[in-house]
Design a protein around this ligand. Sequence first.
Ligand SMILES: *[C@@H]1O[C@H](CO)[C@@H](O)[C@H](O)[C@H]1NC(C)=O
Ligand SMILES: *[C@@H]1O[C@H](CO)[C@@H](O)[C@H](O)[C@H]1NC(C)=O
Length: 299
Amino acid sequence: MRASGLLRLGLLVLALAVAAAVGSHDFRRDFDVVWGEGNARFRDGGRQVELSLDERTGARLQSKERYLFGRFDLEIKLVPGESAGTITSFYICTGGARHDEVDFEFLGNASGEPYLLHTNIFSDGKGEREQQFVLWFDPTTDFHTYSILWNPHNIILYIDGTPIRVFRNNAARGVPFPARKPVHVFASIWDAEDWATQGGRVKTDWASAPFVAAYRRYNVSSSACVWDEGEGRARCPAAAGGGRRRRRQAAWMEQKMDWWSWMTLSWVRMNYMVYDYCDDRRRFPHGSPPECVIPIGRS
Ligand SMILES: *[C@@H]1O[C@H](CO)[C@@H](O)[C@H](O)[C@H]1NC(C)=O
Ligand SMILES: *[C@@H]1O[C@H](CO)[C@@H](O)[C@H](O)[C@H]1NC(C)=O
């Protein structure tokens, strides 16, 4: 009897664990389709979503919640084959005047040619902070994890856990840093044939439409501070194992670049970065923007 009781308890725990795991990934529950309704297809009970672009429309998802700081991870499999003119994106944005925004934008290409990853960071309405990368893998054959870590110290972009870009909080040195306004999380696909591919020379080949990108594993349950619209403040999850008495901050809220992260980042910059606004003398003839000249290791 005790054994069967234990067994039943075990099964119950297992069932709850499965339900929790299933419940933690649901695009239908966590997002609204705010553009291109028919072009967002939920699969696998909402655990995966496919966004498609055809001659009629693209599609955009917007998170139902807003967040003030978080670690946002998303797995994406980009449009395979011909993808020239298309942009597949994952970004956070406050909207409104003087908005803050952090972008992953994947610029498609002619069949067989490599994708270009275009990133940008807006703070207090000012962007012009583009960095572009080629990838060290084919982003169309498998899902890869793209992450935006945003805490009071810095914004770090990661691909499969490898840091590719950092924007430190240099507010004390006069560079605005997003820290006050909550963001929505967005995922989208759209047509930008006038500039996206090889400077706009290669146009979208509509005979290859629809262009479909797949997203999965959105999970911010313990890694983002949810904005409480009523109270006008964010609720941050406590660290696991923090105990009842001492509520510690979650590790991601404290995360900064350590020695190993700087080494990895410089490997990425040396081998995969193809454009950095900080080095664009033509755009900034009177010297780089202030955040570019603050030495690494100080923040
Ligand atoms: C969602 O994230 C939390 C915290 O990172 C983790 O404990 C949980 O297992 C994740 N769920 C799934 C299904 O990955
Ligand atoms: C497309 O491929 C060309 C040729 O390999 C490359 O120069 C370009 O950066 C790629 N990406 C885009 C978006 O044009």
